[in-house]
Unconditional design. Sequence first.
Length: 331
Amino acid sequence: MDFTSPTFLVVIGLIFTALVFDFLNGFHDAANSIATVVSTRVLSPGQAVLWAAFFNFVAAFGFGVGVAKTIGAGMIDIKAVDSRVIFAGLLGAIAWNVITWVFGLPTSSSHALIGGYGGSAVAKAGFGVIIPSGWTKTLLFIVLSPVIGMILGACLMSLTLWIFRGTKPSRVDKYFRRLQLLSAAMFSLGHGTNDAQKTMGIIAGVLFTAGYLKSFDIPFWVVLMAHAAIGLGTLSGGWRIVRTMGQKITALRPVGGFSAETAGAISIIGAAWGGIPVSTTHTITGAIIGVGATRRVTAVKWGVTRRIVWAWIITIPAAAFMAAVTYRLIR
């Protein structure tokens, strides 16, 4: 292998850019993993990011690479992909993540990446590069993932309140302050496995199109790098979004935080096993809404929720537009 060849240097540059996105994914989405456990005061912000980052990385060792294969070769015809398509797609996703972080909006890094990758590929080769089956399930779960999270969150909260209906609130809080450590770990596992796999798919696409992989597989060193990058991003924390997720949507107590995180974890890990790239942001937001609605509908601040939903709706087209413009500029 020639370490000074232009192809090798381009591959290294693209892998670095993908890992920058992965780091920003963790940074941007840290609020998803820690907002509930911080807002209920079970952990301090510093303790929470360490807890989440650790389980983001541990997720490398047990959940497969189904999502990575969907992103890398199941949504865009890999034959139409080159280094400029990947680079422009990553830049579009990174730009959207930074913009939404500045405004404190918990949008989906996953859908920013999907939009960016699709936008740059379409800019190069037209809509014929789109693989409908991959996009159908992804777009379907933009709607389903928060709904599933909301239903599971409401059901778990209602069941828990019924089970502990005769117990003093102070004792319930004591139990669930401990249990929330477990639910926060489960959610961070889900966040790590689903979101890191998206970057793995992009890196595998880089290696495959450059001829370094004979078939579209995910080497284990790529798995480790992706999980390390997202873990470090989570460790850095996306503090602007924590307040929106943990306080502005609805007020949470430990029992509510446990229910929301458990609902989110079940939804995300289930999707990862099915190879479906879902948004951890959408899922945990839906779960928090479901938990809040069990008290009363007015416990949810629907004005904040509407603002978040609008940000969700425009994420894929906005990232796609930015990536398409970037591709036109660098081609």
